[in-house]
Ligand binder design. Structure first.
Ligand SMILES: [Zn+2]
Ligand SMILES: [Zn+2]
Length: 199
């Protein structure tokens, strides 16, 4: 059967189903992925090319769900890396050829701050489905330094933090004065605060 794996309509349906609804982020993320994949020479991301792609997503929002649904890449497979920069942007890497492109949304607002109130009454997400690609995105060729410890497959090593005693995979440890530390211990900065559960 001659199916276009990157057909916009089909990809949008898959992204909507995965995300649970349709919104601007889904339209943007789906189109961004199709553009990025084609630019790196991938036409069957969930089939024959599935082991040849890594994507870097730059927000933890809707766009990233669409990128996941369209590319088939996801964090648990280590084929999707999420940098929470709060940006509508992603980089697509072809592991076979090394070719990589970064696709990012064009800034139509200049330095203007947009508020949630404005966003709530803003336009129909379908506008992002029909808008010409060149009005929506910028695309640039990039090179990404992928280290062996960032690749899919079993961890290269697992070590123990000398401060908290927890195990650290994937060379995410820090070496200081000859001892091994996990990043939270090294930076003494955590996203959580421990609650004293004693009575
Ligand atoms: Zn959404
Ligand atoms: Zn630690």
């Amino acid at each position: 059967m001659d199916t276009d794996n990157l057909d916009l309509e089909i990809c949008l349906e898959e992204a909507k189903a995965f995300h649970g609804d349709f919104c601007a982020g889904i339209a943007i993320g789906t189109r961004m992925s199709i553009l990025g994949l084609k630019a790196i020479g991938i036409d069957d991301p969930k089939g024959k090319d599935r082991k040849d792609i890594i994507v870097f997503a730059e927000t933890d929002r809707c766009v990233t769900d669409a990128i996941l649904a369209t590319t088939g890449c996801h964090p648990g497979k280590r084929t999707m890396k999420i940098f929470d920069y709060g940006k509508m942007a992603a980089t697509f890497v072809n592991l076979k050829t090394g070719k990589a492109v970064r696709v990012f949304l064009k800034n139509k607002d200049g330095n203007r701050k947009v508020t949630r109130e404005e966003l709530e009454k803003s336009s129909d997400p379908n506008a992002y489905v029909t808008m010409p690609e060149e009005d929506l995105f910028n695309i640039v060729q990039v090179s990404v330094d992928l280290k062996p410890e960032d690749m899919p497959g079993k961890p290269l090593q697992i070590v123990t933090c000398s401060s908290c005693g927890e195990r650290i995979m994937d060379k995410r440890e820090v070496y200081r004065d000859g001892s091994i530390l996990c990043r939270p211990c090294a930076e003494d900065k955590r996203y959580y605060t421990l609650i004293n559960q004693g009575q």
